[in-house]
Write a protein that binds this ligand. Structure first.
Ligand SMILES: [Zn+2]
Length: 159
């Protein structure tokens, strides 16, 4: 086994790398959230517009901005409206789901960040418990020992 000093500096290095990785991932997710929020707003606006569209020209605009597959049929504005709304609602549904997932991933990452420096040797307890058995007069007695964690020096955290 290597010296505690080597082990603690190794542990510190590991934590530093983990925190770096966490920060990079978090920055990417933050960017993604911004993009998704803009997209959701855009779709919500389009949906309102589609619902209010009273002419083919307005509906065409919605379809173009939403990059929808729906084709306008001049005599079927009601049908086109329905198809456009349906497609926007579907896109909105998946965009909102992705937003929710990304927010959950950010929460996970924040939890990891918070727990990154918890001592992995004692799981943050700062001490180790062990049971030893001693023989005395032909009897075996258990002795419960609590020892300070050598890696974190009893702090429960790698500092
Ligand atoms: Zn410890």
């Amino acid at each position: 086994m290597s010296k505690p000093v080597d082990r603690i500096s190794e542990a510190r290095k590991r934590i530093k790398w983990e925190l770096q990785e966490i920060a990079e991932r978090k920055a990417k997710l933050d960017d993604k959230i911004v993009g998704l929020r803009v997209y959701v707003d855009h779709l919500e606006g389009l949906l309102t517009k589609a619902k209010q569209a009273s002419s083919n020209a307005l509906l065409k605009d919605v379809i173009r901005l939403g990059e929808l597959r729906t084709r306008i049929k001049p005599s079927y504005i009601k049908l086109s409206k329905y198809l456009a709304e349906k497609e926007i609602e579907e896109k909105l549904g998946s965009a909102r789901a992705e937003l929710k997932e990304t927010l959950e991933e950010i929460q996970d990452i924040e939890r990891r960040k918070r727990d990154a420096n918890i001592c992995f040797e004692c799981q943050g307890q700062g001490q180790k418990r062990e049971t030893r058995y001693v023989r005395d007069d032909g009897m075996v007695h258990p002795i419960f020992l609590v020892t300070k964690c050598l890696l974190c020096g009893g702090k429960g955290k790698i500092e």
